[in-house]
Design a protein around this ligand. Sequence first.
Ligand code: FAD
Length: 572
Amino acid sequence: MARNVVVVGGVAGGMSFAARLARLDASCRITVLERGSDVSFANCGMPYYIGGVIRNRALLTVASKAMLQARFGLDIRTRHAVTEIRRADKQVRGVNLETGEPFSLPYDQLVLATGAEPVCLPIPGAGQPHVLTLNTLEDMDRIAHAAERAGAAVIIGGGFIGLELAENLRERGLQVCIVELTDQVMPPMDPEMTIPILQALERNDVQVLLGRKATEIGTAQVTLDDGTRLPAEVVCMCAGVRPRSELAAAAGLDLGPRGHILVDKQLRTSDPDIFAVGDVVQVWDRLTGDSCAVPLAGPANRQGRTAANIVAGRQDAFPGVCGSAIVKVFDQVAGQSGWSEKRLRAAGMDYRKMYAHPFQHPNYYPGAQQMCVKLLYRPDGGILGVQAIGGEGVDVVVNVIATAMQGGMTVFDLEQVELVYSPQWGAAKHAVNIAGFAAANHLRGDVCPVYPDDLLPEDVFLLDVRTPEEFSAGSIPGAVNIPVDSLSERLAEIPRDRPVVTYCAVGLRGYVAARKLALAGFQVSNLAGGFKLWNWTRRLKEAAAARPPQVSAPASSWALKAGSEAFPGRGD
Ligand code: FAD
């Protein structure tokens, strides 16, 4: 006998579920109820339509309703809002938004894929029509339309969506200011890794105000907590998302502390006939099992697939999330997976870290771009997290290391991982290998790193091993310059009774110098990340000193933390 499977929400998680189930089980009658006008659209592409990178709006529909109906036999009902789940008689009720007619539909299995709602902060003036959020294609049209007439935009929130919108509104010629409550953009990352993003925003004349709060929105300006007034004919709220779990709550399903639907590894809710997937669910960290929520398209799609496997009677389990994410801001790409350092620190976990600055392909081939990779790992080498910032190749490095981490590999495995190489792609020592070398050198004791925010002993001998030209263009106060290639002849200039710290531009020549000195019997450390990372850290310190006490970016952007305003994610 045919089973009635009803899906509420027809975009990422819901439609992945429905299409997969249709492929697995012909006996299911699958109905997808979507309150919006569109199903299966690419939320992720919307900022780029606003910026004019994607010109054809129709391309944002990943799979049309007609195609999904024809190919998979799905019964898709758009403009159908579900308002109630009646668990006792296994029915959903709702309203057809076109006709105003109520409807009810029986289900054998129900899947909730209702997503997450952008948070609209309760700022006086936030209800005005020029204050917009970005969640649906209609929202996108409103922002694109407003951008045609506006001269200035304020974006409240410097997370992924805020940054993507900032870039795209700027590309359209608007004057753009990002107002961010915490002390960094991109809260899931470690602060020093976000400095290149700030620099890219500055180069492109996007103003960024960190540690500031919007207190009032007027018709053409936004007022901040320090009295600053910013011109704004359009205001975009990009302040995080909340799970849309009202239906589940009213039906008595179990929810987590921040309103997410609780599910097991088979994506079953507390009612065995009701499944939930996507931004609306609380999941668990893949490394530690801790509860968390990651409102991203990848997990939503994969959860939809897993739930379909289960409903079709197959064995499957969702393994959890690592928070793998990537964003482009002008010429900078920032990616990460796993735990950040601030999150590890806040959780009291034992970790080590190392920075490397590899190129995505060899320097001799045109277009080589340097990136900064930060690797976090356990004392035994187990990988805990990766962050990378740069240009081309960041995605490859983060993806490979994320895969290694999820496969339980160590930094020692990264040293040996075999990846493709020809001059256009990769390198004989691939960026992933280089990150592995740096971390493995650290754990084997080949190098003793110090970090820019470490307190150095007062009698430290700070040795800059760059060229005299680099040294004269800027150096760390108190440093003495002996280029790495002159070191062997000039060892006598280095005191043997003081700790020595070497540094170079990014850490590599400093490491070579440190090895040379260590072999010659000196007590030596190398400044990880070199002068570049030292400058990023200095910028953070200067900015912190210039600001009044304020909110710090959450230690764990993905983890469930009591007391946080909303769930950060691509909107935070
Ligand atoms: P959604 O895709 O939001 O779908 C939920 C649907 O349920 C909605 O269409 C809603 O109308 C419908 N619904 C809700 N309640 C009801 C009801 N009662 N009755 C009927 N229908 C209902 N993620 C990435 O990984 N990478 C990116 O680059 C990226 N960029 C993004 C950019 C933007 C601007 C946005 C908004 C999101 C972005 N995301 C990105 C996040 C990603 O889009 C979401 O994580 C993903 O869409 C979540 O899928 P979902 O199925 O849980 O919810």
